[in-house]
Design a binder for this molecule. Structure first.
Ligand code: ZN
Length: 466
C-alpha cells in the first residue's frame, strides 16, 4: 500500500479504504507504510484527522504510530503535541510510547522535557534501557555529568543493564574535564567492567585512553601492549593479578556453588534427585579428576564430523601426561548409531571415565560438581558459558570469584582446519580490568561483540601515572 504524496480529503481517504482488500485494517496498514516510506507528517496528520472525524476518536496505537513517524523525522513540536494529546486522553502511557517520546525529545534542545517524561514513566514502570540511555547521552552532550551519573546509578539500581555505547559516552564527553568527583565516577565505570567481566572493544578502549591522557594535571599515559605469559606488563613491568584463587577463596566458592547452585533451587538442575545422587556416588568413588568434559557439547565442535569422532579427538587431545578425565555423556551415546559408533565409544572408555546421564539432563550441575569436588587444580571443558549460574550467586564477591575461577579453569577447544583442536591456555594472570591506583590495565577486544564470550582477549591497554 503506497502512501499518498500529499494530504488527502475525507472522500479521497474513503475511496482508498474501499479499494483496499482489508478495509478494517486500512488505517493501520497505511500508517505502517508511511513509517516505512518516511512520509511527510502532514500526510499522516490528514489521515489522523480523517480518522477522528470518522470514528470520533483516534486509537492509542494509531497515535503511537504517528509518534513513531514524528520521532523518525525529529519533528519536536509535533512530538510535544502528541504527548499533550496522549496525556489528556490516557493519563498513563505504556513503555513503548514513553520510550518514543524520550527518544524524540532527547535529540532536541527540549531534552530536559524528556527528563520530566522519564520521571512520569518511573511512577508506573521501570523505564526502558533506551530511555535511560537517551537521557544520559543528552545530559552528557550538554556537559551535565552529575545528572548523567545520577541517571546511570539509578538504572543500575533498577537492574537495567547499560550498553557499552552509553558507558563509552561518559568517557567521550568527560575528555579534558576537571574534577575529583568526575574522575571517581569514571573509575567507577572501569570497576563496573571489572565486576561484570566486560571487555571494551577497540574504539571504547581508545576513548578510555584519551580520557586518561586528557585529565588536566593527571600525567596519565596509555600504551597498547600484550602481556607476557608470566603476567608481566612489558610497558610498566607491573605484575598482573594472579589467576589462582587462594585456598580460602576456593573453599568459599566451591561451598557456595555446591550449596546454592547444585543443592539449591531446582531451576538449575533439570535432573531427578535420584540421578544426581547416583552421579555424586559415582564421582566421590573416583575423585579427583584433572579435567571434566561436557561430552555432548564437545561432540558438536565440528558439525561435519561424526559426533563420537569429535569427542574422541577432544579426549586424545587432552589425554596426554596421564591426566584423569571425566566425560559427562548422555545415555543415547551408548546406543549404536550413525553418530555414536560402539567401537569408538569402547575405545574412549579406556581413556576416560564416563558418566551417562538421562537424555534430558542438563550437564552444567554435573560439570560444576565434579570439577569443584576434584579440587583447585581441576579444569573443565565446555563451550557453554555457565551464564545462568552466575545469576543465582547472590553476592558480588562470590560472583567475582566464580568468574575468576571460570577464567582460570575453563579450557576452550577450538576446531581448527588441520590439527584437530587448539586449546586456549588457562592464563597464569587474571584477564580482567585491574588497578593498583597509579596503574590501570584494561583488556580489550578488537571487535565489538554483543554476545558475551568465554574467550578472553589477548590485548591490553596499560595506563600509568607518571
Ligand atoms: Zn603496564
Amino acid at each position: 500500500l503506497q502512501p499518498p504524496e500529499k494530504p488527502l480529503q475525507d472522500e479521497e481517504w474513503n475511496r482508498l479504504r474501499e479499494n483496499f482488500r482489508l478495509p478494517e485494517l486500512f488505517e493501520e496498514v497505511m500508517l505502517n507504510s508511511m513509517i516505512k516510506c518516511n512520509s511527510h507528517v502532514d500526510v499522516a496528520k490528514s489521515l489522523l484527522t480523517h480518522m477522528a472525524k470518522r470514528n470520533g476518536d483516534v486509537a492509542y496505537n494509531m497515535l503511537v504510530k504517528y509518534l513513531t513517524l514524528c520521532v523518525q523525522q525529529g519533528q519536536v513540536s509535533e512530538i510535544r503535541d502528541v504527548y499533550d494529546i496522549m496525556k489528556v486522553r490516557f493519563k498513563i502511557l505504556e513503555i513503548g510510547a514513553y520510550s518514543l517520546l524520550i527518544k524524540g525529545l532527547t535529540n532536541s534542545d527540549q531534552w530536559r522535557m524528556a527528563l520530566t517524561i522519564l520521571e512520569e514513566a518511573k511512577k508506573t514502570m521501570i523505564p526502558s534501557r533506551t530511555s535511560y540511555e537517551s537521557c544520559i547521552k543528552a545530559a552528557n552532550r550538554h556537559q551535565e555529568m552529575k545528572l548523567a551519573f545520577e541517571l546511570y546509578h539509578e538504572m543500575l539500581a533498577k537492574n537495567v543493564v547499560p550498553t557499552l555505547d552509553v558507558l563509552q559516552s561518559f568517557f567521550d564527553f568527560s575528555t579534558g574535564m576537571k574534577g575529583a568527583e568526575l574522575q571517581k565516577e569514571l573509575f567507577g565505570i572501569l570497576l563496573y567492567l571489572r565486576e561484570n567481566q566486560i571487555y571494551p572493544h577497540k574504539t571504547f578502549m581508545r576513548s578510555i585512553k584519551l580520557w586518561f591522557e586528557s585529565i588536566p594535571g593527571g600525567n596519565w599515559r596509555g600504551h597498547l601492549t600484550n602481556i607476557k605469559d608470566s603476567g608481566q606488563c612489558p610497558v610498566c613491568n607491573h605484575q598482573l593479578e594472579d589467576s589462582n584463587l587462594s585456598e580460602e577463596e576456593y573453599n568459599n566458592l566451591s561451598e557456595r556453588i555446591i550449596r546454592d547452585v547444585i543443592h539449591g533451587t531446582d531451576t538449575f538442575r533439570k535432573t531427578t534427585p535420584q540421578e544426581f545422587e547416583a552421579f555424586q556416588t559415582f564421582v566421590e568413588s573416583r575423585l579427583p579428576f584433572d579435567i571434566v568434559i561436557d561430552g555432548l557439547n564437545v561432540s558438536h565442535i565440528k558439525p561435519r564430523k561424526m559426533q563420537c569422532e569429535n569427542l574422541f579427538d577432544a579426549i586424545n587431545c587432552l589425554a596426554k601426561e596421564n591426566v584423569r578425565l571425566l566425560v559427562l555423556g548422555r545415555k543415547h551415546m551408548l546406543i549404536n548409531s550413525s553418530n555414536w559408533k560402539r567401537e569408538i565409544m569402547k575405545e574412549m572408555q579406556n581413556k576416560a571415565d564416563f558418566f551417562f546421564a538421562d537424555n534430558i539432563s542438563e550437564d552444567d550441575a554435573f560439570l560444576l560438581y565434579a570439577t569443584l569436588r576434584s579440587g583447585k587444580h581441576c579444569k573443565f571443558v565446555t563451550r557453554d558459558f555457565l551464564r545462568d549460574h552466575k545469576a543465582c550467586l547472590s553476592d558480588s564477591l562470590t560472583r567475582h570469584l566464580f568468574r575468576k575461577w571460570q577464567r582460570g579453569h575453563q579450557i576452550v577447544l577450538k576446531a581448527m582446519f588441520f590439527s584437530v583442536f587448539s586449546q586456549q591456555p588457562a592464563f597464569r594472570y587474571d584477564c580482567v580490568v585491574q588497578t593498583t591506583g597509579d596503574t590501570w590495565h584494561i583488556p580489550y577486544k578488537d571487535v565489538f561483540e554483543e554476545k558475551y564470550s568465554y574467550r578472553v582477549p589477548r590485548k591490553w591497554l596499560c595506563v600509568q601515572q607518571k
